[in-house]
Design a protein around this ligand. Structure first.
Ligand SMILES: NC(=O)c1ccc[n+]([C@@H]2O[C@H](COP(=O)([O-])OP(=O)(O)OC[C@H]3O[C@@H](n4cnc5c(N)ncnc54)[C@H](O)[C@@H]3O)[C@@H](O)[C@H]2O)c1
Length: 246
């Protein structure tokens, strides 16, 4: 049996030019959805289906986000869904060594960037239902060393998801989150190139490997389109990472 047809959907994907976001775009366009990508960069892949529109936008620039979402609506019609897959790495430094300019940027990109795009989409819904999936991280579960920027930002995204789910349920908007475990994307490849040890990750992960971006996209699309009575949840897609030692 093939994938269900979702040609009536118009979904915005932030960070859709690379990694997990690019896989979400591929999954959605493969099912026939119209997709608008908002990203700092152009698509990394050369293959661009005609049903994807790429706009270069910094999600921390609120006026630019407002313009982009309005243009997306003009070109693709009512927005029915949003996936916020944009993101940057943290400093991976002890709290005592954090440079606050960079810390502010990490918080800004992940937390305010997610909020800026989400509320711009919701403001334009005019009573139509919609679904949002944000992207958190396993670092949002519990305490970790060297995660006082990125981990705190991702915990805030998880919390924001719960708050927005409650505020926007009466508007017919579901808001959920996926917390990826280690997923082999350009972001993680960069970490490995900088000396991060995949062997230690595999040893700590019950399923013993990295996730693929496609596996992450499948869970995101499930929450976005199929899980119609789920809202406010954060689904850890992590090969068992967060249940170790529970
Ligand atoms: N890869 C992992 O193992 C992993 C684990 C946990 C969480 N995550 C999260 O998943 C999301 C996707 O990560 P990825 O691994 O695919 O990374 P990636 O670097 O491959 O893709 C991130 C995309 O976000 C875009 N982006 C960054 N800042 C932006 C901004 N200010 N405005 C617009 N676009 C911006 C980048 O240009 C890039 O295309 C991120 O939120 C990341 O924190 C990833």
């Amino acid at each position: 049996m093939g994938q269900p047809e979702i040609a009536q959907e118009h979904i915005i994907v932030t960070g859709g030019a690379s990694g997990i976001g690019a896989s979400v775009v591929e999954d959605l366009t493969g099912r026939g959805a119209l997709v608008t990508v908002l990203d700092l960069q152009q698509a990394v892949s050369e293959e661009r289906p005609a049903t994807v529109d790429y706009m270069r936008v910094d999600v921390t620039d609120e006026p630019a986000v407002q313009t982009a979402v309005a243009r997306a609506r003009q070109r693709g019609g009512q927005v029915t869904g949003l996936v916020t897959c944009h993101g940057i790495r943290g400093s991976f430094l002890p709290a005592l060594d954090l440079d606050f300019a960079r810390t502010r940027n990490v918080l800004d990109v992940h937390v305010l960037g997610t909020l800026a795009v989400s509320r711009e989409v919701v403001r334009g819904l005019e009573g139509a239902p919609a679904s949002i999936v944000t992207v958190s991280s396993t670092t949002a579960f519990g305490g970790w060393e060297k995660q006082s920027d990125y981990g705190v930002a991702k915990a805030a995204v998880r919390q924001l998801t719960e708050n927005l789910a409650i505020e926007w349920a009466p508007l017919g908007v579901r808001v959920n989150s996926v917390a990826p475990g280690h997923t082999l994307t350009p972001m993680v490849q960069e970490m490995i190139d900088g000396g991060y040890d995949p062997g230690a990750v595999f040893a700590r992960t019950p399923l013993g490997r990295f996730a693929t971006p496609g596996e992450m996209a499948a869970s995101i699309v499930f929450l976005l389109l199929d899980a119609t009575f789920v809202t406010g949840q954060c689904l850890a897609v992590d090969g068992g990472w967060t249940v170790v030692g529970k």
